[in-house]
Design a protein. Structure first.
Length: 191
């Protein structure tokens, strides 16, 4: 099996990817909390960052430096199942928005509490995390799982910014929704 060696160039590239993400997150935070939406350039940068991170994830997967010692077929099936659930959560969350501008954060929208949002306040982030974890498990690749953990930390941090924005935008209705619905996943609270 051919193994690539992670050298200084790989380390510099990862530092640039994560450093650029930090700069973008600060810009996103400033715009979301200050203006209540993203500027179009910021939305484009967010989607570009998703592309850069996807490329970095593929590169991490090709490194195969942290192979998981689990049987191939069970890992494959469990990973595909996990990724499938994640894809369903993402799709279920996205279809509740009225426009691409609302999805990208450049247009305000209404408070969405139906569909998959009854079970998770953040189905897209949860879904993306499950897709990444599923890919790491299916490929028995610990590097991908470490990358997934990093993405989860970024999502966790960003969700707090979004929640502050939503409290400001929707006030009491959002607070009631947040009190009744889990941040990540769970059965709706009954009162």
């Amino acid at each position: 099996m051919f193994r690539q060696r992670a050298g200084p160039a790989w380390t510099v590239a990862l530092a640039a990817v994560f450093g650029g993400t930090g700069v973008l997150l600060r810009r996103m935070r400033r715009e979301m909390l200050g203006e209540g939406r993203f500027r179009r350039g910021t939305a484009v940068a967010v989607y570009a960052a998703y592309g850069v991170h996807a490329a970095a994830l593929v590169a991490a997967a090709r490194q195969r430096r942290l192979a998981l010692p689990v049987p191939r077929l069970p890992a494959l099936w469990a990973g595909v199942g996990l990724a499938g659930v994640g894809l369903g959560l993402c799709a279920g969350g996205l279809r509740r928005f009225g426009s691409a501008g609302q999805i990208s954060g450049t247009e305000p929208g209404e408070l969405v509490v139906r569909g998959v949002y009854r079970y998770s306040r953040n189905p897209q982030y949860l879904g993306l995390s499950l897709i990444l974890a599923g890919a790491g498990l299916a490929g028995r690749n610990g590097s991908v799982l470490l990358y997934t953990a990093g993405a989860g930390l970024v999502f966790r941090s960003w969700v707090r910014v979004e929640e502050r924005h939503l409290v400001h935008q929707f006030g009491r209705p959002y607070r009631q929704y947040a009190d009744a619905t889990h941040r990540w996943l769970g059965v709706p609270a009954t009162k």
